[in-house]
Design a protein around this ligand. Structure first.
Ligand SMILES: [Zn+2]
Ligand SMILES: [Zn+2]
Length: 161
């Protein structure tokens, strides 16, 4: 898929502006970036853009389905322009690194609930947790997991899904 911010904005009925292009490009170049990271990148590109208008633009993109907002437990919101494929994420418990994991089914909900309680279920929120390669390398070298107070500030232990 070719990255064409102008076409994307037009397809979603949004006026094409330098700011919107800069924000969309920043999201595209750094998948799973935080709003602050997107703001910094957009600012580097076009100079004059306030943090607030980056936030507003991201919100408008999410509303229209141009950008997907994810928020792993214990993390701030992150943004990506890979939308519509119901892909999942693997998150490092130690450093918070995030990577995409292709959904085996490819559409929502990709897990059928054993019981629906009469709900019409349209999504299963799947997250994978573990250690990223560099953290697991570090851990095995030290032979003991480095659960410093910082690393365990909010260990995601509430994922009974
Ligand atoms: Zn890590
Ligand atoms: Zn992703």
């Amino acid at each position: 898929m070719q990255f064409n911010p102008t076409a994307t904005l037009r397809a979603h009925g949004m006026p094409v502006t330098a700011q919107r292009i800069a924000v969309l490009r920043a999201v595209h170049l750094a998948p799973h970036a935080t709003a602050d990271e997107v703001a910094a990148a957009a600012h580097d590109t076009i100079g004059s853009i306030s943090r607030q208008s980056v936030y507003n633009t991201l919100g408008a993109f999410v509303e229209r389905g141009i950008v997907r907002r994810i928020q792993p437990i214990g993390s701030v919101a992150r943004y990506e322009d890979r939308v519509g494929d119901n892909h999942h994420h693997v998150v490092c418990r130690t450093c918070g690194a995030i990577a995409d994991v292709q959904c085996a089914v490819g559409h929502r909900p990709c897990l059928s609930a054993s019981e629906t309680h009469g709900f019409v279920i349209d999504e299963a929120d799947v997250s994978y947790w573990g250690l990223c390669p560099s953290c697991s390398r570090r851990t095995s070298k030290r032979s003991k997991p480095s659960t410093s107070s910082k690393a365990s500030k909010k260990s995601p232990n509430k994922k009974g899904r």
